[in-house]
Design a protein around this ligand. Structure first.
Ligand code: IPE
Ligand code: IPE
Ligand code: MG
Length: 241
């Protein structure tokens, strides 16, 4: 297969990792086995993104709406996240990956949020790929919290309403220090955003594949990047090539 030149990779890749349940169902397995296999894709894709020189990888791992799932599934996902953090810290360190999170992780089980804080701290000196896990993340909730922070500054007199700019909003989102994604992949063929990065995706290239997340590995990632390489990003302007 033709390799993708490192200079053509997106600086920020965001992924809606969907289809774990359907992957398991197709095999007459319980849903949790799809999640376990999906965790392997997380490992493979993170390592590959680090190798390709991608700067930011944002993975939608648990949405503010995913609490609606049966308690058993939610607790399996939380346990899986805890085990992932235990087993992957060494690999993250070895690959120079720094961990970040977006979303309100204080609502996750205390053991898991403590582990997250600890891995973020342990990897804080790493200068390679920035892995951003979206956990208990919802874009509407993120925008709401930004509006509240801005309103408080305005009410206290620290900020004049007339001085509020798009940049003010950007700087008050969970993603304040992170550039907008260049490419967003959604697996499992669903044509929706599901409350993911609504503000940040304004000019992101979208790639939707029928491949289910547990089957999304190196080959599928390279296909997505090849498709991205063919896009003409006009940002409302005129054709550039
Ligand atoms: C994605 O797979 C994982 C999470 C949302 C946590 P799903 O669990 O949504 O799998 P499907 O969409 O039911 O197949
Ligand atoms: C989106 O997938 C959330 C994550 C991948 C974490 P869902 O499976 O929850 O989304 P819907 O319900 O199909 O929109
Ligand atoms: Mg789903």
């Amino acid at each position: 297969m033709r390799e993708v030149k490192p200079m053509n990779v997106p600086a920020h890749l965001a992924i809606i990792m969907d289809g774990n349940g359907r992957w398991a169902k197709k095999r007459s397995m319980p849903r949790f086995m799809g999640h376990a296999e999906g965790a392997k894709s997380v490992r493979v894709i993170t390592e590959e993104c680090a190798r390709l020189g991608i700067k930011y990888l944002t993975l939608y791992a648990f949405s503010t709406e995913n609490w609606k799932r049966p308690e058993k599934e939610v607790s399996f996902l939380m346990g899986l996240l805890g085990r992932y953090l235990d087993s992957e810290t060494e690999t993250l360190l070895k690959n120079n990956v720094r961990l970040f999170t977006i979303g309100d992780i204080s609502k996750l089980p205390a053991k898991v949020s403590r582990k997250l804080e600890s891995v973020k701290e342990k990897t804080s000196k790493n200068s390679g790929l920035k892995l951003v896990l979206a956990l208990n993340y919802g874009s509407k909730n993120e925008i709401l919290s930004a509006v509240k922070k801005i309103a408080e500054k305005a009410a206290s007199g620290a900020l004049k309403p007339g001085k509020i700019t798009e940049e003010t909003i950007t700087q008050n989102l969970f993603t304040a220090s992170i550039p907008d994604p260049d490419l967003m992949i959604r697996t499992s063929g669903e044509f929706r955003i599901s409350n993911f990065l609504l503000w940040q995706l304004a000019y992101t290239e979208l790639y939707i594949t029928n491949v289910l997340w547990p089957d999304f590995r190196k080959k599928e990632l390279l296909s997505a990047i090849r498709s991205y390489n063919k896009r003409d990003r006009r940002y409302g302007g005129i054709k550039s090539k």
